[in-house]
Design a protein around this ligand. Structure first.
Ligand code: NAP
Length: 528
């Protein structure tokens, strides 16, 4: 069987094959490849830091941006091949594969464009000089400079392309070399992208490394200039944050973890509106896209009690359609594929048992075994599942649908009284989420959500009748908007245009005479 090598210290290394992990096609259970255990991670980290770092920092923002643009072109050129790899190794439909791969290309293109505004100095100026005391010419001003360490990216299995490239684009533009570790089960796609990047020789030596398989002793080699950006479960996030070396060296850590995202139908939402259609469409997308294996997927649907039955009827009808289109994603007409691994399927079924204690299943059979073009009993399939809570259960902070993220095509309808206070209360029970969409034309309600729901969210989407035709589902993450969320969601923040660079750069205050600062950073726009 083919063994996928890591790219470390500037060479492809198969690693030790004494303990290998096999990757499977999740629709057919056919073995695809294996990965070994990488060794000499201390050397790989030092090489990336000491060879890749200086080489990358020697380039201007503009030059680094030009590389990102070429990388975007490279992914686009190989798009069809990458889609095929994604379908086979990730169980994605063609649409899901495009979402991941085009998403990666989009981040590269966005940060390539952003580079044009960053100037040709080795820093980014953040603000205007501020006088320290009225009678003095001494000023303080803040800049961002690239950190002199390594950006270690540990990614989840669900977005092998976007996860790896989205993080890499920002680090590389900031001037930090990257060591990327994909989630092992779907890492065939990340591996192919890495091969393309390495073969194309677009990046300076040492600027990009790939670690296949387990992280091993990687974190034992981190230092105070490094950054760890992690995406995955809250459990692993806590292990990483609490790792002895990470704590001892005060390594900067960004965690993107699980999230029980909610959407809110506003008190004014009516069934014969375009906004209602958008609401239903978004819910279906967020339940079924990537078979619900998205950190941003909608897990809780808040609906005013008065329209709950109508919402249920519409949603069930649309999910029935999707259930009949679930199967082998390589087959034409299939609209939803399997979960990525046997373990994910087991976890999702276990999680559903917990959820069902607090809200009965009203659509779907977690044990269903027959799907389109799939050998009976084969593959890791779960059909769309909808649950419905009572108003009392919805307001129980300990209810499992507030606590447990079932990483599959699963969501729960939660009735509420249509008030902002109750929406805030119920959303808050999730402990901090990545994203919420509010569907409403009630201006007072919408204005209230910013301050009332904002503290619990990384991103708030406000959808109204006027924008309904062009609105994007909440799970669609654009690089211009921040991705991350407070509390349970990991308390991290990535992307967000220029803001995203801050993760990989040091903010330093430069204090000195007004003329000195003007020479370094340009004349201030305002003179005080
Ligand atoms: P996971 O099991 O926590 O794994 C995530 C990554 O961490 C994988 O690369 C994994 O490697 C690695 N890892 C595991 N143990 C480690 C350790 N002790 N030290 C260092 N790295 C370690 O999560 P997953 O199952 O891949 O992903 C699903 C979860 O990710 C869901 O809960 C989902 O909500 C969350 N997620 C969050 C976001 C977000 O942006 N907030 C995005 C996507 C997914 P192996 O694969 O080799 O085990």
């Amino acid at each position: 069987m083919r063994t996928l090598s890591s790219f470390l210290s500037g060479t492809w290394q198969p690693g030790s094959t004494d303990r290998t992990t096999v990757l499977y096609n999740p629709a057919t259970e056919e073995p695809l490849a294996q990965v070994g255990r990488a060794t000499d991670l201390d050397k790989a980290v030092a090489y990336a830091r000491n060879v890749g770092g200086p080489a990358l920092r020697a380039l201007s923002f503009g030059e680094r941006g030009a590389i990102l643009k070429q990388m975007a072109g490279l992914l686009h050129e190989h798009r069809e091949e990458l889609i095929a790899v994604s379908i086979a190794s990730g169980g994605t439909t063609r649409g899901d594969a495009k979402f991941d791969i085009d998403g990666a290309t989009g981040v590269l293109a966005t940060y390539a464009r952003l580079a044009r505004d960053l100037g040709d100095k080795p820093w980014v100026v953040l603000d205007e000089p501020a006088a320290l005391v009225r009678t003095s010419k001494i000023r303080a001003q803040h800049v961002l400079v690239p950190r002199h360490g390594l950006a270690i990216h540990i990614n989840a299995f669900n977005f092998p392309a976007w996860g790896m490239i989205g993080k890499a684009a920002v680090s590389l533009l900031a001037g930090m070399p990257v060591l990327s570790k994909p989630g092992t089960s779907t890492s065939l796609l990340a591996h192919r992208i890495a091969e393309l990047i390495v073969e194309a020789k677009l990046l300076p030596e040492g600027a990009f490394s790939l670690l296949m398989g387990s992280a091993g002793d990687l974190l034992d080699h981190v230092g105070p200039q490094d950054v760890i950006a992690f995406t995955g479960s809250a459990y692993t996030g806590a292990l990483i944050r609490g790792h002895q070396k990470v704590v001892a060296e005060n390594v900067r850590v960004n965690i993107e973890a699980d999230s029980v995202n909610a959407v809110v139908a506003g008190p004014d939402l009516e069934s014969d509106s375009e906004l209602f259609d958008l609401f239903i469409r978004d819910c279906v997308t967020e339940i079924t896209q990537k078979a619900g294996q998205k950190c941003t997927a909608t897990r809780r649907i808040l609906v005013p009690s008065k329209i709950l039955d109508e919402v249920q009827e519409e949603l069930v009808e649309r999910l029935d359609e999707k259930a009949n289109q679930t199967g082998n994603p390589a087959t034409k007409g299939v609209r939803m594929g399997p979960l990525a691994t046997k373990r994910q399927l087991q976890d999702a079924r276990e999680g559903l048992k917990k959820l069902a204690k607090d809200a009965p299943i009203i659509r779907g059979n977690p044990e269903r075994g027959e799907f389109i073009d799939v050998e009976d009993g084969k593959g890791y399939f779960l059909e769309p599942i909808l649950l419905r809570a009572t108003p009392e259960a919805a307001r129980n902070p300990n209810a499992q649908f507030h606590q447990t993220e079932v990483f599959g095509p699963v969501s729960t309808l939660l009735p509420y009284d249509g008030s902002l206070a109750q929406a805030r209360e119920i959303i808050g029970y999730g402990g901090g989420s990545l994203v919420t969409t509010v569907y409403s034309d009630d201006r007072k309600f919408v204005a209230g959500t910013v301050a009332e729901l904002g503290p619990y969210l990384g991103r708030l989407v406000v959808a109204d009748e006027k924008s309904a035709g062009g609105s994007f589902a909440p799970g669609c993450v654009f690089p211009q908007a921040q991705h991350g969320g407070p509390g349970r969601a990991g308390c991290g923040a990535e992307l967000g245009g220029r803001l995203g660079l801050e993760l990989y750069m040091q903010r330093t205050a430069i204090q000195g005479g007004a003329s000195q600062l003007a020479r370094l950073f340009g004349k201030p726009k305002s003179s005080d």
